[in-house]
Ligand binder design. Sequence first.
Ligand SMILES: [Fe+2]
Length: 382
Amino acid sequence: MSARAMSASFQRLPKMACVIKGLIRRPLTQTATYNVSIFEPIPREELVTKFKSRLRDRPLTPGSSNGGFPEFLAEPRESFPLGVRVRNSNQFSLAELTAKCMEFVEENLSHNPAILFRGLPARSAEDFSIIAQGIPWKGLSYEGGVGGNRRQVDKVIGTYTASDEPPEFTIEPHNEMAYNAVYPAKSPMMAVVGKRRWLRTASCLSKLDPDVVRKFEEKQVRYVRYLPDKSRGEYQNWQHVFATTNKKDIEPIAKEQGYNITWDPTGDLYLWQNGPVSIQHPLTGEKVWFNQAHQHNATYYKTLPAFAGANIPDEKLPCHTYYGDGSVISPEAMQHLRATSWSCAVGFQWRSSDLLVVDNLAAQHARMSFTGDRINLVYLTE
Ligand SMILES: [Fe+2]
């Protein structure tokens, strides 16, 4: 999506909010309003997790044993995430409630980049498809996406599992598809089965070392993607990522997403592109840190169970990042990005049927390692 299209998408929001008439609204937080016949605030205490999550030296967590990592994950702040409960959900259908939730999002997301709805009568992937159908923003596909191991759940609607990475692995904070020229502005997610913590971070730009930021802004970041041929049976082969076996199908998709393409003689594919590290939020005008310099670095993949201990060169891992001129990002700068992201993060209690809508530009998200059953689904939108 172009910057102009993104801007237009957000500029619609105030107009759409204005057409909602006859509702009683009260301040939910300093910056939120709601229809009291439909929603009530969730007390912050309900969102606080029952025990602290250790971050420092956390197993299978990129960078956790290096400098600057906070010892524990912080508790939710007063309105981050902003929690609202659906009252009397049996008075409405799921589709009707979805429409009311999305009205709420339209009104409040600009000041509350993570909104959690609790109490929806949604229990299954099919229910999440009903929700996705009622979301008024254009859906986006993961086709050609990288950096996540997931599968499409509803091929017609376009819902996905949030991640199929091994449960013992902690996925560090990131903005979804920030490496890409086309990225989602909003990410509605639902827990089909989920009683454990989930976490989001606020934009962390103000906490980053200005010298680190300046160097990245001058040079940009280069994302290099390595997609082996399926014949090697390796992680994220290009046939799987692009959902095709025909090389000719790939070029238009890659070109549209701004990638340069190189096929090597063995049939493996390299894609690379440069991107900014920060953007101006089209709705608030705020400059936000928006990239995946750390999560697409080889150091992330070297922590994944699938690669840990294997002696694979950086360029043969699924992704690697450099400065935009091709020079190496220092380990110190990489660690600073990671530690700062975690220091901005909060964890909160996440339950089955919870629906979370995230402003993907203003907030990052992550996933803690876990045990037991857990199914989270996602639908990406402009
Ligand atoms: Fe993600």
